[in-house]
Design a protein around this ligand. Structure first.
Ligand code: PEP
Length: 255
């Protein structure tokens, strides 16, 4: 299903556990200066929880949107240290990254947990950016297809008509923060697979309209080749999102 691309590219910056308040405001201000008039792609900034309010105030009513990096699936209660979807909405978040490989690996998030979070995010009118991707061991063991298929099917099960609102991020774990990028062809193959799994969960039209980002050592020098692939609809950017120049150059490569 690699017919004409009519999906709007979406580039999100995942700042992870970086940028204290003043640094976050400064980075958001620089990005805003460069991208306030940019309409060719959707741009999302995902600072740490502590900087969401401040970054939201910096980007104001520009087209740049705010995203969080995680949330809990319950709406409230005795969950020390957790943040709910409604709390993110209070801060004018539009997006939330769910199931990032660092959360899966370091905080033992399973597909079942990710699925609960996706449902809670959608119920609160947040757009989930749901991450999937294989480890190096899995790729070398020829398990990429099975792993990615399983993650997509389980993380996105039972969403009914809401599935179409989800953004999927294919992030091969071996490419995250390592400087190793999947080749455009390697990434395209997995994106096409993901789109076919989405079609099996919904239908061809829904899957054809859904956006699938690539993430893993995207840089200004490789962004255009990756984003030019028929099933790659933008990027989830880690390291290169921590500096305004490289993030802005990646966004502009999305035209
Ligand atoms: C990420 O963690 O989502 C990511 C893609 O990181 P990097 O761009 O640094 O590989």
């Amino acid at each position: 299903m690699t017919a004409m691309k009519y999906r709007k590219t979406i580039i999100a910056g995942n700042w992870k556990m970086n940028k204290a308040l003043a640094e976050a405001e400064a980075l958001a201000s620089e990005i805003k200066r460069e991208l306030a008039e940019f309409r060719e792609a959707d741009v999302v900034l995902c600072p740490p929880f502590t900087a969401l309010k401040a970054v939201g105030e910096v980007i104001g009513d520009t087209p740049i949107k705010l995203g969080a990096q995680n949330m809990h699936w319950e709406s409230d209660g005795a969950y020390t240290g957790e943040i709910s979807a409604a709390m993110l909405r209070d801060l004018y978040c539009h997006y939330v990254i769910l199931g990032h490989s660092e959360r899966r690996a370091y905080f033992r998030e399973t597909d079942t947990i990710v699925n609960r979070k996706v449902k809670a995010a959608l119920a609160a009118n947040l757009v989930p950016i749901v991450c999937v991707g294989e480890t190096l061991e899995e790729r070398e063991g020829d398990e990429t297809e099975a792993v990615v298929r399983r993650q997509v099917e389980r993380s996105l099960q039972g969403l009914g008509g809401e599935l179409g609102r989800v953004v999927v991020a294919y992030e091969p774990v071996w490419a995250i923060g390592t400087g190793k990028t999947a080749t455009p062809e390697q990434a395209q193959d997995v994106h096409a697979l993901i789109r076919s799994v989405l079609a099996s969960l919904a239908d061809d039209d829904t899957a054809g309209a859904m956006r699938i980002q690539y993430g893993g050592s995207v840089k200004p020098t490789n962004a255009a080749d990756l984003f030019g692939q028929p099933d790659i609809d933008g990027g989830l950017i880690g390291g290169a999102a921590l500096e305004a120049r490289s993030f802005v150059d990646i966004v502009k490569a999305a035209k």
